[in-house]
Design a protein around this ligand. Structure first.
Ligand code: C5P
Length: 274
């Protein structure tokens, strides 16, 4: 059986993760979110008070000892209206068996992660985890009509910044997913607002009256846009494995595409090459 690898790179909040998950499910491939490994590394730095400018080597040693697991399960909830008929599988990230899926998306992690990811010894430590995960990634397809169910290739979809350029330079399909800066900021803002609405509703339903449970403040689009811009700048301008369009990548700008359109563009390209 020949494995089929799809690399999806692009700037922050360009929709890589949800697109990659839907593509993996449609084609019956595994999925690995490489950004979540850098986020786990950042969480380790924050929890252990490691100053990344002074002691990157200490953090790399911690990452080498840590166990990161990414579990992907077919979505159980009804697809969101903006996703068309596609269900996006759910991802759970475990750091030493602790579910850190929410914590690795916290603002403190967003602010520090690009700095952590710019260090070479840390990228090397993360590379080992990426390799291990890629070897053990299971197919997440529940789609009996997918090519995989007919016995055609298995393999993996991995998203990140350097997957097509450095991690899988021989990937069978490389996608560079982009969108305008404003479209990306608005999408991320929407996503965060929905999560906060849910969290606040849950809090209100509990009827808790302690002062810790005041409704969380909603971030502004401008603040999110600035954060994304700073992270992209750091990712593009770093020395080791910067964000670049691989020369053989297919560039998809999804500013004006529906979610279904972009997912099917990628699955069509993949099927042509399988
Ligand atoms: O994809 P996500 O936004 O979760 O990635 C978080 C950060 O991790 C990126 O901004 C980047 O600094 C780093 N990263 C990386 N290489 C990858 C994936 C993520 O440097 N392959």
């Amino acid at each position: 059986r020949r494995d089929f690898t799809i690399a999806i790179d692009g700037p922050a909040a360009s929709g890589k993760s949800s697109t990659a998950r839907a593509v993996a499910q449609e084609l019956g491939l595994g999925y690995i979110d490489s950004g979540s490994i850098y986020r786990c590394a950042t969480l380790l730095a924050l929890r252990n008070n490691i100053d990344i400018n002074e002691s990157a080597g200490d953090l790399a040693a911690l990452i080498n000892k840590a166990k990161v697991d990414i579990r992907v399960r077919p979505s159980t909830s009804r697809p969101a209206p903006n996703l068309g008929r596609l269900a996006v599988p759910e991802v759970q990230v475990l750091l030493d068996n602790e579910d850190v899926s929410k914590e690795i998306r916290a603002p403190e992690v967003n602010q520090l992660v690009a700095k952590v990811a710019s260090d070479r010894s840390i990228r090397e430590a993360v590379l080992h985890i990426q390799r291990q995960l890629a070897e053990s990634a299971e197919s997440i397809s529940t789609n009996a009509l997918s090519k995989n169910a007919e016995g055609v290739p298995g393999g993996v979809v991995m998203d990140g910044r350097d997957i097509g350029t450095t991690i899988f330079p021989n990937a069978e399909l490389k996608i560079y997913l982009d969108a305008s800066a404003m479209a990306r900021a608005i999408r991320r803002w929407d996503e965060m607002n929905n999560q906060m609405k849910e969290a606040n509703a849950l809090q209100a339903a509990k009827g808790s009256s302690d002062s810790d449970s005041a409704p969380a403040a909603y971030p502004s689009v401008e603040k999110i846009a600035r954060e994304l811009e700073a992270r992209d700048y750091a990712d593009i301008n770093r020395e080791h494995s910067p964000l670049r369009i691989a020369k053989d990548a297919v560039v998809i700008d999804n500013t004006n595409l529906t979610f279904e359109q972009q997912v099917y563009t990628i699955t069509d390209l993949a099927r042509e090459r399988m």
